[in-house]
Design a protein around this ligand. Structure first.
Ligand code: IMP
Length: 365
């Protein structure tokens, strides 16, 4: 058998954050010339950070705090339509304190907010009335049933949608052709690398964020399109954020990092004098017990009983505003090192090195 006939011959290398490093580049600007803002669906975010649509990450309190800090909250969907609408209204009715120049605003000056949607078209149409940006929230968007539902939602609402999650060049090309580039405001990528995610352990399927971003970039290049890419899942360190942008993302979606903040809905618990917050995957037993977002994952045929996430405790780390300020500063420092003035310049300026893995001993020496 030829090597190319085997499944290994054409294997791609799916790099993870640990294996990548950006090289320093020539910089000609001072830190004050560096701009970390990016535009999604016509809305400018001063800091390109989105909170994950998870019920232990984004409720109205998180969406308000993150919106005021220059990011964007994406309200979860593990609740009834009425509850989702109430959360959205709470954000939209919040009065932005005077003098806040960072807040992420809609065209009429109110706080902007995103909402998770799925293949339930009626619900998507309802929540679209109160939200600024719609984000499909399904484990794998590369699915005909999802394509059909999203097309119906777009027809009914006339709104653009952030699609996802996707993880391959083929998936991005297929989805863009099916949905239509003019209907897509962003492409969310990454599968199986979330900090509470067991999808890859359980199924052997996944697309780590660095690889997924590179695949989406390659698809958009082939299609000659420029659509913002959102890196989602497995982002833990400031370095992971920087690398995601270096590979071509314009935004990052954060679960674990924001679950630690005071404003996440997760319960705060004390253990040996330290405070922790509860954080669980949307495919975990705990999230599934609410039964409102079961269609994020595939139906096993026996009532969607395959768990693809876990519950963990993360250390409680203070207000979201401090975190966003720090992450923005860290990102600007990266941009300074590689010589990028704007988010849209990072990819062109970034050069990567691959870190050689430590040699592993195989068998007994
Ligand atoms: P984190 O920032 O590494 O914690 O990853 C958060 C992301 O993981 C979310 O935005 C989702 O895309 C994804 N996710 C959420 N819940 C689950 C789950 O139960 N299993 C797999 N992935 C999940």
């Amino acid at each position: 058998m030829e090597i190319n006939d085997s499944k290994f011959g054409n294997c791609k290398t799916a790099y993870s954050f640990d294996e990548l490093l950006m090289l320093p580049g020539y910089a000609q600007m001072s830190p004050k010339d560096i701009d970390s803002s990016a535009v999604l669906n016509g809305i400018t975010l001063k800091s390109p950070f989105l909170s994950a649509a998870m019920d232990t990450v984004t409720g109205p309190e998180m969406a308000i705090a993150l919106g005021l800090s220059g990011g964007l909250g994406v309200i979860h969907r593990n609740c009834s339509t009425e509850e989702a609408l109430a959360m959205l209204r709470e954000v939209k009715n919040f009065k932005i304190p005077e003098g806040n120049s960072n807040a992420t605003k809609d065209a009429s000056g109110r706080l902007a907010v995103g909402i998770a949607i799925s293949s339930e078209v009626e619900r998507a149409i309802e929540v679209a009335k109160e939200a600024d940006i719609l984000f499909t929230d399904v484990a794998s968007f590369h699915n005909q049933k999802i394509f059909d539902a999203v097309k119906k939602t777009i027809d009914a609402t006339g709104k653009q949608i952030v699609i996802g999650n996707l993880g391959t060049e083929e998936g991005v090309m297929h989805a863009v052709k099916e949905i239509g580039a003019e209907n897509i405001s962003g492409i969310k990528v990454g599968m199986g690398s979330g900090s509470i995610c067991t999808t890859t352990d359980v199924t052997g399927v996944g697309s780590p964020v660095p690889f997924a971003v590179a695949e989406a970039v390659s698809a958009l290049k082939k299609l000659n399109l420029s659509i913002p890419i959102i890196a989602d899942g497995g982002i833990r360190k400031p370095r992971d954020i920087a690398i995601s942008f270096g590979l071509g993302a314009s935004f990052v979606m954060l679960g674990n990092i924001f679950a630690r903040c005071d404003e996440s809905p997760g319960e705060k618990v004390e253990k040996n004098g330290k405070y922790y917050k509860v954080y669980w995957g949307m495919g975990s037993k705990e999230a599934r017990s609410k039964r409102a977002a079961l269609d994020r994952y595939q139906d096993s045929g026996k009532g969607k009983n395959i768990e693809e996430g876990i519950k963990i405790h993360v250390e409680s780390e203070g207000p979201v505003s401090d975190k966003v300020e720090k992450m923005t500063y860290q990102l600007k420092t990266t941009m300074g090192y590689i010589g990028a003035r704007k988010i849209s310049e990072i990819r062109a300026k970034a050069n990567f090195a691959v870190i050689k893995p430590k040699g592993e001993k195989i068998g007994v020496e």
